[in-house]
Design a protein around this ligand. Structure first.
Ligand SMILES: Nc1ncnc2c1ncn2[C@@H]1O[C@H](COP(=O)(O)OP(=O)(O)OP(=O)(O)O)[C@@H](O)[C@H]1O
Ligand SMILES: [Mg+2]
Length: 429
């Protein structure tokens, strides 16, 4: 994995940090950390994600700490059956990023796509589990650097439900290609409807105007080459899309979401069921693309500043951790969605400019193969389907399938129990 300039900066910072765990936990294991980093940084720049489990069944008990490397970019897969603790772990990693020593935290931004409407609660202390937290020597705490973003037309609804939101976001129709519009409507590209839609959107894009959905509808209405039936079908589809409540004039300002030390929760849980996934895919597509572009730009700035010795403007471009829950819906294995391509780009090329991604899924078998093949760390809770364990095995071929099956099946039935497959060390934890 390439080491970017920002990583060097992080390393310098870390040399100055007091070790958070080193004295208190000499036997901790750091997962996801390269051997050379292990020697240099020990247990600095890590998140405390759990403890080792020793023994099986009734005899199972926890021992030493398991820490996750937060120094370098990672593509992490969290899998497991319903209710096994995947989202909870996503929340833990986010919190650990927020708890890093200040200088390091100021160089990290977290953007979390929340399809279940659960992560806004990070703003408040977890009092419900305070007894459990005590047994782990932890205290419930709320985070003041959490911001909740929701589709702009739903702001009222969230407020009525008592959810503390910070800002509304919207998407701009002209930020998507003609092909992406076809994907969003689930159209076969050879279909008459798709052909007309793409042709007209391409013409609008070529004109260079910032068009609205009404502009697309008007353009198609005026198109002599489109039949009346196709016009009506497209009119219907686009009118419904306009009512999704996410298209607006402001779009997504990435500087609001990617902020040093901030956890941005994009809550897409309350969309009307019929079109919810089309809207979520649109939102995630643009969000992921913007995060990637942001880091590519930041990386170039950093390089230029380094080569020419130019003083930077002082603007901080934090590295980004993008966390996507229910990820098999955003980048599935058996069909393409609008968000497939941006997510795959981050999976394949994101680490170099400094984008980490955590994909969370119940069904590793249903997530795009290219994401799986890019993961360097798999954290899997209990899984019972052979196809899902096979999907994990395909990623981590250094492990025997039988071993993987055995480990996953021997996991105690506690929420949160998981195995960790670390591509770097080829160890099972
Ligand atoms: N490590 C843990 N320690 C204590 N409680 C946990 C832990 N992990 C999960 N839980 C509890 O177990 C329940 C299920 O967790 P969670 O919602 O994270 O599961 P999930 O795998 O994301 O489920 P789903 O597939 O339905 O999204 C929650 O009530 C959560 O508080
Ligand atoms: Mg979940």
């Amino acid at each position: 994995m390439a080491v970017g300039s920002w990583q060097k900066e992080q390393e310098e910072l870390h040399k100055k940090q007091p070790a958070r765990f080193i004295e208190e936990q000499p036997f901790a294991t750091v997962v996801g950390r390269l051997k050379e980093d292990q020697a240099r940084f020990g247990t600095q720049g890590v998140g405390y994600i759990g403890k080792h489990i020793v023994g099986t069944g009734e005899d199972a008990h926890t021992t030493t700490k398991v820490l996750l490397d937060l120094l370098r970019p990672h593509i992490i897969l969290i899998s497991g059956k319903r209710g096994t603790g995947k989202s909870y772990l996503g929340g833990i990693i986010t919190e650990e990023l927020a708890l890093l020593p200040n200088e390091f935290r100021q160089n990290v931004a977290v953007v979390m796509v929340d399809t279940m409407g659960i992560f806004w609660s990070m703003k408040r202390p977890n009092d419900q589990q305070s007894e459990l937290l005590k047994t782990w020597n932890l205290e419930p705490r709320g985070f003041d650097n959490v911001k909740v973003f929701v589709p702009f037309e739903q702001q009222e609804e969230f407020i009525r439900a008592g959810i503390p939101i910070d800002e509304g976001i919207s998407i701009l129709p002209y930020e998507f290609s003609a092909e992406e519009w076809s994907l969003a409507f689930n159209l076969k590209r050879t279909d008459h409807i798709a052909i007309s839609l793409e042709k007209n959107i391409n013409e609008l894009i070529r004109d260079g105007k910032k068009f609205t959905i009404d502009d697309i509808i008007a353009k198609i209405r005026d198109d002599a080459g489109t039949s009346k039936e196709v016009k009506n079908a497209l009119d219907n589809m686009l009118t419904v899309a306009a009512q999704w409540g996410v298209f607006g004039e402001r779009g997504i300002n990435i500087d609001d979401l990617v902020v040093p030390g901030q956890i941005s929760i994009v809550d897409v849980s309350r969309l009307r069921a019929t079109e919810a996934w089309s809207v979520r895919n649109f939102l995630v597509a643009i969000l992921t693309r913007k995060i990637y572009q942001y880091r590519v730009f930041a990386r170039k700035e950093e390089e230029v500043a380094k080569i020419e010795g130019i003083k930077t403007t002082g603007k901080k471009y934090p590295i980004v951790w993008l966390i996507i829950d229910e990820a098999h819906n955003f980048c599935p294995s058996d069909y393409e969605t609008v968000s497939s391509s941006p997510i795959l780009t981050v999976a394949k090329q994101g680490r170099e400019p400094g984008v980490s991604m955590i994909v969370i899924t119940q069904m590793p078998n249903k997530i795009h193969q290219d994401i799986l093949s890019q993961t360097d760390l798999v954290i899997s809770h209990r899984l019972t389907s052979k196809a899902d364990i096979e999907a994990l095995h395909a990623v981590m071929q250094t492990y025997l399938f039988e071993d993987m099956w055995k480990y996953i099946n021997q996991l105690p039935r506690w929420p949160g129990a998981a195995i960790i497959l670390d591509d770097g060390t080829a160890a099972v934890i």
